[in-house]
Design a protein around this ligand. Sequence first.
Ligand code: SAM
Length: 286
Amino acid sequence: MSAIDDLPPLRDVIREHALSARKSLGQNFLLDLNLTARIARAAGPLEDSTVIEIGPGPGGLTRALLALGARRVIAVERDARALPPLQAIAARYPGRLEIVCGDALTFDPLPLLGGGRAKIVANLPYNIATPLLIGWLSIEPWPPWFDMLVLMFQREVAERIVAHENDEAYGRLAVLANWRAETKILFDISPAAFVPPPKVTSSVVRLVPRAAPEPCDRRVLEQVAAAAFGQRRKMLRQSLKSLGPDPARLAAAAQVDATRRAETVPVSGFVAMARELADIRAAKQP
Ligand code: SAM
């Protein structure tokens, strides 16, 4: 692939702005514009899209999103050293890049979206990747304001997101993610593609929100999953005790035997147990 734009190579940008990577900010920069374009393409046609990018850093993925036609990119970066290179990209694509200098964990996109929809595309800082994802998956009401998430994680976290029952990586994160979204690992990226190289392989994951997940109270679902996976080697009849009601009743609602372990119960089983628990609690209300 030839150059995606006429801006300087990312290595020059990093040198010029003395953007030495900081571990505390989870900075592993992706300098190969072919790879950043591959991530941007995974978000589907961008022409009519607003894209929220978390942690643009020197702007490799930002440039790919804009070069591939994203109508508007809102880039949220905590490191003020990255602002000058991002401003140069904004000047190259007038009116299409908005830079927000702040913490993605507290960033509220709704005022900027003004009722519109968005895709979130990011090479996430590893130290806050899971809390960010849980925040997006916990949005109420559901379906949320985003149409798609295309996110890079450490491979081990990606496996915990897409896992299903009986997979080694299956746990609380997979229950929440697969209840509310269709999840898929799209491809891996080797450590050698980053500066500095991380210790592990990374994976790009796509999550598409389900329009109508099986109805249940998210907080109750999370309580059931937390209890069950908190003692994942124990049988449900033991691990669910802390929730109050007879575990056998919850397991029966999910049509599973109480001697089974959490890791064998599909997401639909957790939803059924959460609904039963919510019903039992509601019946107890005066
Ligand atoms: N997108 C760039 C790339 O692909 O080369 C950089 C990705 S790097 C893995 C993560 C980026 O997130 C860094 O630029 C870092 O400064 C930024 N970052 C870290 N913590 C952040 C936070 N709480 N809010 C916003 N950005 C953050």
